[in-house]
Ligand binder design. Structure first.
Ligand code: HAM
Length: 404
């Protein structure tokens, strides 16, 4: 038997219903916030992700589904959605329309060759939003509010963590300070952190190693060394969150695993799904459009992990709906189709093609969760009528075909 690859899953029945419910709910809310749908290819040139997500990130360094295609191009299955959307934004020359704002939402599969475990897949699905052209921190707030709305509509509890990653003015001097601090305690830090001091010192801050974390308690904090513009924006964001009663926690070690962020960074976590607790993440990435050869354009966005949210979502009760149509004799089967076709204009309809006894039809109707079981028996066929049972109200009627 051929099985799906490790870390990749089929979605069927109840699970696929959950998936569709999450995408539909998120789509409805994103549209209310002015987002329109964008679809970008799953396969992109590898250099797109190297330049955006960053060569020193784990995603690019260790986790890419990268290969040479038949034309000799170095390509990669997207590990995340933002890079492709920004590439598309620049390719469509939307970066030249500097006075306009563009808001896109997307959902689809992402691929990361990670070690599979609960909540961590190699193929997983994200729903994401990217907003271009708005430099104001009000937009960061609005995006956080939108994610809150999505989780509220899905009936999911969460904890919001926020941080600021500064800008090209305040980040480099901070990074220098941090490198000096880390170099002093180098011997006590883990192997990964030692490597990161050279390649990406900021990532040391979210090392999961307990010993490293205990050393980092005394590390310099970027939040205390922000330039006045970043500091003002962060204060404004905190003020807005408080005034809207959105609970949050300042997490000075929240740095995100992708290199394109500046200023606001945030993560939504759940304590109900085990160690892979991040259910959504995002932030501002004002320099990415420029990194990808576009005209400098401020941008902010997020993505949520659909499979992780599937673990949490409470599904609305599935009510009985629509019609089940059957006949007791072969000669009546043909008559079911015009009736089904008429009813399908407004309702779900299931037609049974084989003649069966009434009891078997009722059992089938129950199995497909129909509200009405409608059957043409011998007498009904002669009279051009149909027997209908309402499986909720438990009432029965016989009506003419024209009246169904
Ligand atoms: P990310 O934090 O890497 O951000 O991923 C977003 C979400 O995808 C995570 O919070 C998590 O729920 C889910 N996720 C990530 N990896 C896996 C995995 N291996 N298995 C299952 N779920 C996973 C981004 O991807 C950014 N592009 C978000 C963004 C958009 N920032 C700005 N705009």
């Amino acid at each position: 038997m051929i099985k799906a690859l490790r870390g990749m899953k089929d979605l069927t029945f109840e699970e696929s219903e959950r998936f569709v419910h999450i995408v539909t709910t998120a789509t409805t809310i994103a549209k209310r916030y002015g987002y329109s749908y964008i679809e970008t290819p799953i396969l992109e040139e590898t250099k797109l992700f190297k330049r955006s997500v960053g060569e020193s990130s784990d995603i690019v360094g260790k986790e890419m589904y990268q290969f040479e295609d038949k034309g000799g191009n170095d390509v990669c299955m997207r590990p995340e959605g933002t890079a492709g959307v920004v590439r598309s934004f620049v390719q469509a020359k939307l970066d030249r329309r500097q006075n306009e704002k563009f808001k896109f939402y997307y959902y689809g599969p992402m691929f990361r060759y990670e070690r599979p475990q609960k909540g961590r897949l190699r193929e997983f699905h994200q729903f994401g939003c990217e907003s271009f052209g708005e430099a104001s921190v009000y937009e960061d707030f609005t995006i956080i509010q939108m994610i809150g709305d999505i989780f509220k509509a899905l009936g999911i509890g969460y904890k919001l963590k926020i941080n600021s990653l500064g800008c090209p003015e305040c980040m480099p001097p901070y990074r220098q300070n941090l490198v000096e601090f880390l170099t002093e305690c180098k011997d006590e830090l883990c192997e990964d952190c030692n490597r990161r001091i050279e390649t990406n010192p900021i990532r040391v801050l979210d090392c999961k190693n307990e010993k490293c974390q205990s050393l980092l308690v005394n590390s310099p904090k970027l939040i205390k060394n922000l330039c006045s513009s970043c500091d003002d924006d962060f204060a404004k964001l905190e003020r807005l969150l408080k005034s809207e009663n959105i609970e949050y926690e300042l997490d000075t070690n929240l740095v995100r695993g992708l290199d394109y962020y500046s200023k606001t960074a945030f993560e939504f976590v759940s304590n109900e799904i085990g160690s892979q607790s991040a259910i959504a993440g995002g932030g501002r990435y004002d320099r990415l459009v420029e990194f990808l050869d576009g005209k400098s354009t401020p941008a902010v966005g997020f993505a949520l992990g659909i499979e992780r949210i599937m673990e949490l979502v409470k599904m609305p009760e599935v009510k009985r709906s629509g019609y089940y149509l059957g006949a007791m004799d072969e000669e009546a089967i043909d008559s079911l189709f015009p009736l089904a076709s008429k009813k399908r204009d407004t309702e779900k309809v299931t037609v049974e093609y084989a003649p069966k006894k009434l009891k078997a039809h009722l059992k089938n109707a129950d199995r497909v969760n129909a509200r009405y079981c409608a059957v043409i028996g011998e007498d009904e066929f002669k009279d051009r009528t149909i027997w209908i049972k309402d499986l909720v109200e438990k009432k029965e009627v016989v009506v003419a075909w024209e009246e169904l």
